[in-house]
Ligand binder design. Structure first.
Ligand code: FE
Ligand code: FE
Length: 178
């Protein structure tokens, strides 16, 4: 039974490591969407805002699970927010964040399974699917900027991020595949 207690602690730890990454992503994507909107890339800003809302939902899911396990959800992001990145760099940087999330969450999923916590494992399964949708979106934008440059960026000008639905990016795309 002692093993079960340490297993629970290991699960709480990976849930909190994921939460710290989600909090960093929330701050980062919010900062970037304000800057993109400020530079009049309203369409890009609106999509990035939705991705940020997904990360808020992820941070909440993790906190709720941590509380059920009698842990304390962290409030500390695991990265400093980068500011004033050029447009292409925003997407390359975010690609790295999402790749890191997919890689780490696969490891965290294994920790949950190892300790027989299939509820926490299910959360990581869902997060991996959603981070992959974010990753593909960021890679699409990088591809468009590289292939079309200013022609693509010109299509992203205007439009208000404020009008975007509050459901998040994955939901705006029809939801995560089951
Ligand atoms: Fe996330
Ligand atoms: Fe993400």
């Amino acid at each position: 039974m002692a093993k079960k207690t340490s297993g629970k602690d290991a699960v709480i730890e990976v849930l909190n490591r994921a939460r710290a990454a989600e909090l960093a992503a929330i701050y980062q994507y919010m900062s970037q969407h304000y800057e993109l909107a400020d530079n009049d890339y309203g369409q890009l800003a609106a999509q990035l805002k939705l991705v940020g809302i997904d990360e808020m939902r992820h941070a909440e899911m993790l906190a709720e699970r941590i509380l059920i396990l009698k842990g304390t959800p962290t409030s500390k992001p695991d990265l400093e927010t980068k500011k004033k990145q050029p447009v292409l760099l925003i997407y390359q940087y975010n690609e790295g964040l999402e790749e890191g999330a997919v890689r780490d969450y696969n490891q965290f999923l294994a920790v949950c399974r190892e300790h027989g916590d299939y509820v926490s494992a299910k959360i990581f399964e869902q997060l991996i699917v959603e981070e992959q949708i974010h990753l593909e979106y960021f890679q699409d934008v990088i591809g468009h900027i590289k292939d079309l440059g200013n022609v693509y960026l010109a299509t992203q000008v205007g439009g208000a991020a404020e009008g975007a639905p509050a459901k998040g990016f994955v939901a705006s795309q029809g939801g995560a595949p089951a």
